[in-house]
Design a protein around this ligand. Sequence first.
Ligand SMILES: *Cc1c(COP(=O)(O)O)cnc(C)c1O
Length: 425
Amino acid sequence: MAEQGIGTKCVQGGYTPGNGEPRQIPIIQSTTFKYATGEGMAKLFDLEASGYFYTRLQNPTNDHVAAKIAEMEGGTAGMLTSSGQAANFYSVFNIASCGDHVVSSSSIYGGTFNLFAVTMKRMGVDFTFVSPDCTEAELEAAFRPNTKAMFGETIANPALTVLDIEKFAKAAHAHGVPLIVDNTFATPVNCRPFEWGADIVTHSTTKYMDGHGAGVGGAIIDSGKFDWTKYPDRFPGLCTPDESYHGVTYTERFGLAGAFITKATAQLMRDFGSIQSPQNAFLLNLGLESLHVRMQRHCENGLAVAKYLQSSDKVAWVQYPGLEGDKYHALAQKYMPNGTCGVVSFGVKGGREAAGRFMGRLKIAAIETHVADARTCCLHPASTTHRQMSDAELSAAGVSPDLVRYSCGLEDAADLIADIEQALA
Ligand SMILES: *Cc1c(COP(=O)(O)O)cnc(C)c1O
């Protein structure tokens, strides 16, 4: 059978019930699992048999939903985490630890920037931030002998820059390291980074995947394509025995398809415990079932609002990668020909103060620290999510003081535009 379309994967992926079993993914609300003998359980602990023993490590509900997202991305293995922050932390810390170095796009989510530049730096992992628009030579110059990974966002939150995935993948592979792409804003409905050379994909499932503002969560998906065994000295954690886990060598025991996710589960989830609750995984799956339908509407609304803003004389500038004339339109057309996302950034004439007054007058769009929800919401990053950043860091992340991030929900575009019009007036 030909590979199924993304819509079929959204609806049916990850779970195939047997005869007489529940049609919907069951919520296995249990911390632990019962075994007849200690020996049976010992095999699980040694990773010699697969099965469940404690929900901090694995839970059937979570595994079905992770498998669905892995199918949607075209990957070989996946895991859920308690948040997008945990997903990005695990994805990097799984291969880079104290004394290592990572190259990252500077145009990334504020929380991720802080995780990398402050918290992981305290753990001894050094980051070099490069502009997503940098030349190949500038990219080349960012690498060091101890570089272990490269990181970027398909569509950056909130700067809406589009990552040239092929350019970044080429540079990463030339230095024998994987490219990790946070695909939160595009979702696999609009872009599948593995098809362009990315090796690992992460998500804040809190955004479009959940889509209803119901549960915070994250996911990590492995393409299974990066050959760790070609660089055993660079990735000893994957290629040599793990003494903390009964001497297992992940690449030998689980192959390239499973090594990365099994290590992240057996080590990082075991020790840090950022598990997603089975209840939230169930809610996430309800969101995934309609993701392909919702993304289309989010994108239609995004484009309609962006076009309106572009035509308004009260707006200083508009940024939306789906908009013709946008700096990233060509890259968006290449990587996301069917649509980008529902988030539009713009500046209200009159700067920081005018932006605040405008937001206060909106009636449909709510002021929230959230994006990618069914309900339209908006935010002024310079005074909220990004307030810990210096002006220089703000501009490197593509955030200006007058930037309003407007996240189009699933309402009628005409109503959103009328709301913006009255607030601008
Ligand atoms: C929100 C977000 C995160 C962080 O996710 P949480 O689920 O809030 O922890 C990471 N990356 C991107 C692109 C995001 O939009």
